[in-house]
Write a protein that binds this ligand. Structure first.
Ligand code: NAD
Ligand code: DAU
Length: 357
């Protein structure tokens, strides 16, 4: 990768994208352009600390806008596209799938088409260095029974929610662009992330907020659905590893080797908050746990087999769930300004729609 060439990051104002940009600028020398539509989930204040870094520039725009993408590629000549931009919340995809098809399927298609046109004008060695890195999810594999082995890269796709189906469709497009046009693609399928800057519609930040404010903590169904939790900075380091060392055309599964039922996650957060916030409105915080109606089609269990990325690329997570969850809770407690900013009227409307609270 030539030192002066930037990378183009899509969805850089979201949860994982902004953590990735902060880590990239702290560890890599190369500049970076962030393209983000700034939907409800995108927030430029996540990147306040690098706003004046000469290596970082931001463009507000839609990945479906092909002219814009074409111009950005022609003007900045990035050595890679790291593609995070997506609608990412399963519950919202159940209420309204349209946005998910548009952003996740049509948006990825638009980027692939423009990337294909972009590399067609490159010399062979420049082309061979270019990478299209597509960030995807373990949800494309469907749901595991309690005794089934974790998802590997060979597990057949079986997406169950509109969100998962839209991500699966985008993964298939990426695969086809490598197979048919030799676009130098890489795909990562990661498990549930948690950490700073996660929008409080997702389980962990929602629980921290509701518990500390004395509001009911909604647990879907019996609370025994299992997810494999990974601290977001570990996901970002895995993406950097795949970008520099991954074999073109391959997919890599990323996970935390940290399978936990939702009820255990919620109880752990409550216990830590009892210690850190003994004067909150409701203590013990676990008294706020409220079982609510289950998510339609709720996948029972996800788990990731990380053998491939570990053996081939030498990546493994650094944080345990115990260390990661404590620092995440501390981050949320220290950033009430950020929370106030993101939990605006539109957020309150979503909570009212989803939980009838
Ligand atoms: P997020 O919802 O926090 O952020 C998504 C970002 O994409 C936002 O900044 C939003 O403004 C932007 N965006 C949406 N549509 C856009 C469009 N049409 N054009 C330009 N920008 C657009 O999501 P996240 O949790 O950070 O997830 C990022 C990616 O990682 C997604 O592709 C998601 O599928 C994948 N992923 C997420 C997790 C997780 O646990 N959060 C796990 C595995 C994979
Ligand atoms: O597995 C990777 C996926 O993880 C990503 O692809 C998605 O973008 C990301 O949103 C996440 O999806 P989940 O649906 O697993 O995350 P969420 O935080 O919404 O839910 C986690 C679990 O907690 C899930 O089993 C549903 C449950 N849950 C969630 C919410 C919001 C509750 O019990 N109560 C809630 O209020």
């Amino acid at each position: 990768m030539a030192k002066t060439q930037p990378i183009l990051v899509t969805g850089g104002a979201g949860f994982i994208g902004s953590n990735f940009i902060l880590q990239w600028l702290a560890t890599e020398g190369t500049p970076l352009i962030s393209l983000d539509k700034l939907t409800y989930a995108g927030n430029l204040s996540n990147l306040e600390q690098v706003a004046s870094d000469q290596r970082y520039s931001f463009v507000q725009g839609d990945i479906c806008d092909r002219k814009l993408v074409q111009n950005l590629l022609a003007r900045h000549r990035p050595s890679a596209i790291v593609h995070f931009a997506a609608e990412s919340h399963v519950d919202r995809s159940i209420h309204g799938p349209d946005d998910f098809i548009r952003a996740n399927v049509n948006g990825t298609f638009a980027l692939l088409e423009e990337a294909r046109a972009y590399i067609s004008g490159m010399a062979t060695d420049e082309k061979s260095r270019f990478r299209f890195l597509h960030i995807s999810t373990d949800e494309v594999y469907g749901s595991l029974e309690p005794d089934e082995p974790p998802f590997s890269e060979a597990t057949p796709y079986n997406p169950n929610s509109p969100y998962a189906a839209s991500k699966a469709a985008s993964d298939h497009l990426v695969r086809a662009y490598h197979h048919t046009y030799r676009l130098p693609t890489l795909t990562t399928n990661c498990s549930n992330n948690y950490g700073p800057f996660q929008f409080p519609e997702k389980l962990i930040p929602l629980t921290i907020l509701h518990a500390s404010e004395g509001k009911p903590i909604p647990v879907y169904g019996d609370g025994q659905n299992v997810r494999d939790w990974l601290f977001v900075e570990d996901h970002c380091s895995a993406i950097r590893t795949v970008l520099s060392l991954g074999r073109v055309g391959e997919t890599y599964n990323i996970g935390g080797k940290s399978e936990k039922p939702n009820l255990e996650i919620v109880r752990t957060i409550c216990t830590i908050l009892d210690e850190l916030r003994p004067h909150d409105p409701v203590v013990p915080h676990k008294n706020l746990i409220t079982f609510v109606q289950d998510r339609p089609g709720h996948d029972r269990r996800y788990a990731i087999d990380t053998t491939k990325i570990d053996r081939e690329l030498g990546w493994r997570p650094r944080q345990t769930f115990d260390t990661g969850i404590r620092s995440t809770i501390q981050w949320y407690l220290a950033h009430d300004g950020w929370i106030r900013e993101v939990t605006s009227g539109a957020y309150r409307q979503w909570i009212a729609t989803q939980y009838s609270m």
